[in-house]
Design a protein around this ligand. Structure first.
Ligand code: BMA
Length: 844
């Protein structure tokens, strides 16, 4: 069972709060008499299928599936093919209701609103039996005037959600919007503004949710409230940043208002200003001297300033407040030129984007806790990533995810949520709906330092033609939606932000010839540029597979249930299975097939990633597909649904290392080029070391060379000619070990072979593990008498964090891995549960 702390907290809170929790906005700030009141309506609700009398307990924010799961009315849709058995949920209409008591103070306010920050998706909202409004877009914030509908004492709120499926069918029946969809996925998703992958994807289940998926509250105020707060940064003068603050207030009064802005850094006030707000508008400029700039991970500190904006009345009373964290930086996207690919430049310095594509972390958004989001960003930074692309087929991500990226220095390529489908840009209502959605999201997110680019859509440029047809979106409508409408909203609301109409529609590349086209991994070496998508699938580890299968399903990766948890083109498992023999020998059993698929995936992605880093600045971005999963499944991810790192994630830490030594082999000529790549902004004095051994680990040749590595450098620094060794020992018997040493420490190590790993005649490495208890877990020391390639630890039952995994262990290079356990284990149990294997063990 996956930890769902948010559900727990919500339930705990609602158990104690009888009718509803309401909080004056600034109670904590010591100003209880502020005008704006927010009554939180999250918590305990009830849900019923429309037309049925039985009401079940529900939790808000949430969705109908998680409510039905909690009420034990549906089985776990992630287990085996239970997804089929719950399709009726998405096909039904559902009603949510709650009673709440309204204190008189709320009713006395001049303006009283019901504020819904997320209604999924086609909703009719009733208060005390009277319809107060409708919604048709899960990405917008909906506010309804309830001043007259609300009464003193108890009120009843009721929100009915219609299944989007009949609507989609009806619209699609009249006019086809072409889309890429799996055989069992409902058609016409682009008619509804709802997360596209809710209707299934080539890595995700069809679970059509509905419900109140983000916060809901009553907002009441007199005089005025803050509508928007915007910031512009001027970095043109060295040694200071000029910050322009723009405030727009919704006012109910003609009395003069003022705003106050205060900027602090680590608790110390560094700038402030007071300024008038007339006709709802005000602005000020502040200088921040000796600014601490925001840098992406690996380039410097991700410094953040706290900015508080108070809206004040004539007496100085605080009417409303906005608090945000700002990073001071310039972040530009630069087009390709003769020497450089598309790239980003932070504070005037171009940098190589290293990262992966992020998708929703659960098919049920409400299960994604802030802790999960923070872990996701931390695990990206832990493997030297500086970039995540938030892909366009999900939902506009949680504020906490952007907060974590701000704090940890992860640049975000942020897609608007349009993907792999034609959209009805020929309808003005649709365009207006999108405009409002864009405004809501821009206002919510634009201050985040981490956002490197806003991007109109995912892959729709690949499905356009001059004319509309059942197979394409008309080019003019594409331009209208993604260039004019979204482009002008970004320009108006975030004028300093980068905007591109689509990916790959801006000089980036989605390269799918390997997975979808069946080409070998070496094909990655035929292109340079900014790779915003490329990938290869693997199975999750046995523990994860066990979570969704019965033992009978685990005989063969082609079993029915293993295929059900595979959504790519109907033959994904075959693709994995068929690629294995190109690089590796056949696996001896089911578990070995799972693990070997991970070695295969990591081997392929490493090959591409290293090549693109080698070819910097002709290549300036490697953002592989995909980072995570939304359920337990075979997919392109490097971290599975449960947060377990696949082999690829461990390898990413190495191929994304700030300083990298890597090889490029030429089997025909018997050559291995040694490349050194550095993302560092300073030059380094390093030592390059190489050693060639046979599979028994015996040294055949070796050498070292001092090396001055300039800043932001990538070059072939040496070519090893292996002709005579090849003649003497055979190409298959040469293992080329590379090492880059900085201040006596190996900062990057690598293994290169002339042929694929299957050609190496591995010998029994006689792996041994020694175990020692440490404060934070167990230390496992690995030794081997012969090279043990891709050695990994696995722990039965209990989850663990491994300080490293999938390492090469040799007689001269033992490994030491710290295992931190999710739960305590006695040493004897740990030894029993621990398994140590290497590539050799997947064959024999
Ligand atoms: C890309 C993505 C996704 C998809 C992936 C794998 O095109 O944008 O739409 O999941 O490929 O096919």
């Amino acid at each position: 069972m996956r930890l769902s702390k948010r559900q727990f907290l919500v339930r705990a809170a609602t158990a104690t709060a009888a009718a509803c929790a309401w909080e004056p906005l600034f109670a904590a700030a010591g100003a209880p008499d502020t005008q704006r009141i927010r009554m939180n309506l999250n918590g305990a609700w009830e849900v019923a299928k429309e037309g049925e009398a039985e009401w079940l307990a529900a939790t808000v924010p949430g969705c109908v599936h998680t409510d039905l799961l909690a009420a034990r009315r549906i089985p776990d849709p992630y287990f085996r093919d239970n997804e089929k058995a719950v399709q009726w949920v998405g096909e039904s209409n559902w009603v949510y209701r709650r009673r709440f008591e309204v204190p008189g103070e709320v009713l006395e306010r001049q303006r009283v609103l019901l504020r819904c920050q997320g209604l999924d998706s086609l909703a009719v909202v009733k208060l005390n039996g009277v319809e107060i409004g409708r919604a048709n877009n899960m990405f917008r914030t909906w506010e309804y005037d309830v001043k007259s509908a609300l009464k003193a004492g108890f009120n009843q709120l009721e929100i009915t959600f219609a299944s989007p499926l009949p609507y989609m069918k009806e619209r699609q029946g009249k006019r086809v919007l072409f889309e890429w969809a799996g055989p069992h996925e409902p058609r016409g998703r682009a008619w509804v503004r709802k997360q596209p992958c809710n209707f299934g994807w080539d890595w995700g289940p069809v679970l059509v949710t509905c419900g109140i998926w983000r916060d809901i509250s009553i907002e009441a105020f007199d005089e005025a409230r803050l509508g928007e707060v915007a910031f512009l940064q001027d970095h043109s003068v060295k040694g200071r940043v000029n910050l322009e603050v723009k405030v727009a207030a919704e006012t109910l009064t003609t009395a003069p208002l003022r705003a106050q802005v205060m900027v602090s850094f680590k608790g110390r006030r560094v700038a402030e200003a007071k300024f008038p707000v007339s006709n709802g508008l005000g602005q000020a400029r502040l200088d921040i001297f000796r600014p601490r700039l925001w840098w992406p991970a690996g380039l410097g500190e991700a410094a953040l300033y706290d900015v508080r904006v108070d809206l004040l009345d004539a007496t100085g009373k605080v009417l409303d407040r906005s608090s945000k964290r700002l990073g001071l930086r310039t972040l530009k996207m630069l087009e390709a030129d003769a020497n450089n690919s598309l790239r980003f430049e932070v504070n005037g310095i171009p940098f190589f984007s290293k990262g992966a594509n992020y998708i929703p972390a659960d098919a049920f958004a409400n299960r994604v806790t802030p802790e999960i989001l923070r872990r996701i960003v931390a695990d990206a930074v832990a493997v030297n990533m500086n970039t995540l692309r938030f892909w366009g087929g999900g939902y506009y991500e949680e504020g906490e995810l952007f907060d974590a990226c701000d704090e940890m220095g992860v640049c975000v390529w942020l897609d608007f949520k349009f993907a792999c489908s034609s959209y009805p840009a020929f309808e003005e209502d649709f365009l207006e709906n999108v405009r409002r959605e864009a405004r809501d999201q821009l206002r919510r997110l634009r201050h985040h330092a981490c956002i490197a680019v806003w991007c109109g859509n995912n892959e729709i440029s690949l499905m356009t033609k001059d004319e509309w047809s059942d197979k394409s979106m008309g080019r003019a409508d594409y331009d209208k939606l993604f260039k004019e409408v979204l482009g002008s909203e970004v320009h108006a609301l975030a004028p300093q932000a980068n905007y591109v109409s689509g990916s790959p529609d801006c000089g980036d590349t989605h390269y799918w010839q390997v997975w979808h086209g069946g080409k070998p991994f070496e094909d990655f070496r035929t292109l340079t540029g900014y790779l915003s998508e490329f990938g290869f699938q693997s199975f999750p580890e046995p523990k994860t597979v066990q979570s969704y299968t019965g033992s009978g399903d685990r005989t063969d990766v082609m079993s029915e249930i293993m295929q059900w948890h595979q959504r790519s083109g109907g033959n994904g498992n075959e693709k994995i299975r068929d690629m294995i023999p190109r690089y590796f020998r056949p696996p001896k059993d089911f578990d070995s097939a799972l693990w070997l698929s991970q070695l295969l995936q990591s081997h392929g992605i490493k090959l591409g990633a290293e090549y693109w880093r080698q070819t910097m600045p002709k290549s300036m971005g490697c953002v592989y597909w995909q980072y995570n999963d939304c359920w337990p499944v075979a997919s392109w991810s490097s971290v599975d649904y449960y947060g377990r790192w696949k082999a690829l994630h461990y390898l990413a830490r190495r191929f994304y290392a700030p300083m990298l030594v890597s090889g490029r082999e030429d089997a025909a000529k018997g050559l291995v080029e040694i490349h050194v790549t550095s993302d560092l902004l300073d030059a380094s004095r390093a030592k390059l070391a190489w050693e060639i051994t046979n599979p028994a680990g015996e040294t055949l040749s070796q050498g070292t060379e001092p090396l001055v590595v300039p800043p932001q450098f990538s070059r072939c620094v040496k070519t090893l000619e292996l002709g005579s060794l090849t003649e003497k020992h055979g190409a298959d018997n040469l293992l080329v070990w590379l090492k880059l040493v900085l201040n006596g420490k190996a900062v990057s190590e690598n293994l290169v072979t002339l042929g694929p790993p299957k050609t190496i005649a591995l010998l029994n490495p006689e792996l041994r593990a020694g175990i020692a208890k440490e404060r934070s877990g167990y230390r496992v020391k690995l030794t081997a008498t012969k090279p043990a390639l891709w050695t990994w630890l696995e722990l039965d039952e209990v989850d663990a964090k491994f300080s490293d995994n999938f390492v090469h262990v040799t007689a001269t290079a033992p490994a030491s891995i710290l295992v931190q356990l999710a739960q305590e284990m006695a040493a004897a149990d740990f030894v029993k549960a621990l398994r140590v294997r290497s590539l050799f063990n997947t064959y024999i």
